[in-house]
Ligand binder design. Structure first.
Ligand SMILES: NC(=O)c1ccc[n+]([C@@H]2O[C@H](COP(=O)([O-])OP(=O)(O)OC[C@H]3O[C@@H](n4cnc5c(N)ncnc54)[C@H](O)[C@@H]3O)[C@@H](O)[C@H]2O)c1
Length: 308
């Protein structure tokens, strides 16, 4: 009889987690998905996932970890503005929740936990003072603590700006920038660039590339107990994003330039991918191909009447 390896994915109804669950099923793993549906959507949990609607802060998650060989811990409160508004809930979900996930792994004898960390820890002092970054920093320390005390191996991929199908387009007032630009193009509305946009850009990484790294985590121990910056290694400016969307969608709209909201500081982020390269990973998807897939996803959601 076939003995498939079991993997737990927290946040399986979310953007990255649902794509990851699909990849894992395709690669022949059994997947248990945990999500309380606070932000995720049940309809995007892939068929074949053994889905448990549970909160990562609850002890009820423990039985789901029995027999698993690895855990991908992605569930989090991760809207930066919402995290600033409610630091206590941010710490409760992200820090308490992460300790509980490591505890579940420990009790079930799971050997490896891959924790979704963030480039918010790479973007300078101002960002490090934000409660989202503070919570991610604490989670990285928890991973190290569980390794030191109980021998659980961890991997800490700090993702840069992830994009692709199933990125949450319902986030208000502003969805992530690519999604926002595509939705505006649907409505024939000009995108808004903030002053200083020439110096504003991010390292955008396509979701399948992130999941290539995740799959690698299951097949090599070279990643164990290490931190990785997961991006393309290059910054794409806001203008480059819009120009690519414009050309793929055949739009003639020109951006409107306005002063940024208070506290908006243009920054260019770029991952140092040397550690990831040393274990054989690199991003493969071009900005244009990734944006084509994201546009196709939003077009299909629009056809279902889900987006205006
Ligand atoms: N998307 C990015 O650009 C990015 C960048 C860096 C790091 N990350 C991290 O990657 C992970 C996944 O991000 P995403 O973009 O897929 O976000 P997402 O919001 O789409 O997914 C997170 C999921 O976690 C679930 N969740 C939240 N609180 C929960 C709780 N208490 N119990 C159970 N489930 C809960 C939500 O319902 C949601 O489905 C997060 O940890 C995030 O911080 C994302």
């Amino acid at each position: 009889m076939e003995n498939k390896q079991k993997i737990v994915v927290t946040g399986a109804a979310g953007f990255i987690g649902s794509n990851l669950a699909e990849r894992l099923l395709g690669a022949g793993y059994d997947v248990v998905g945990i999500d309380n549906l606070a932000y995720g959507r049940i309809e995007q949990v892939p068929a074949g996932v053994d889905f448990k609607k549970l909160d990562i802060r609850s002890k009820d998650i423990y039985p789901a970890f029995e027999g698993a060989v690895a855990v991908f811990h992605l569930a989090a409160k991760n809207d930066l503005i919402a995290c600033q508004i409610d630091p206590v809930e941010t710490m409760d979900i992200n820090v308490h929740g992460t300790a509980n996930v490591f505890e579940a792994a420990k009790r079930a004898g799971v050997k490896k936990v891959i924790f979704a960390s963030s480039s918010a820890l790479e973007e300078g002092e101002a960002r490090l003072k934000g409660f989202y970054a503070i919570s991610k920093m604490a989670c990285e320390r928890i991973a190290d603590g569980y390794h030191a005390a109980f021998g659980i191996d961890y991997v800490l991929p700090r993702y840069f700006n992830v994009y692709g199908p199933r990125q949450d387009y319902r986030r208000l007032p502003h969805p992530p920038v690519m999604t926002e630009f595509i939705l505006k193009a649907f409505r024939d509305e000009a995108p808004v660039f903030y002053e200083g946009y020439e110096r504003d850009g991010r390292d955008f990484i396509y979701v399948d590339d992130i999941n290539d790294f995740h799959l690698l985590c299951l097949t090599t121990d070279a990643v164990n107990n290490r931190l990785f910056r997961i991006g393309t290694g290059k910054s794409s400016s806001i203008k480059e994003i819009w120009d690519t969307i414009k050309s793929v969608m055949g739009s003639a709209l020109e951006p409107v330039v306005k002063p940024g909201p208070e506290g908006h500081i243009p920054v260019m982020t770029k991952a140092d991918v040397s550690d990831a390269a040393s274990v054989g990973w690199h991003a493969k998807t071009s900005l244009e191909d990734g944006l084509r897939a994201q546009i196709a996803f939003l077009e299909s959601e629009r056809a279902k009447g889900n987006v205006r």
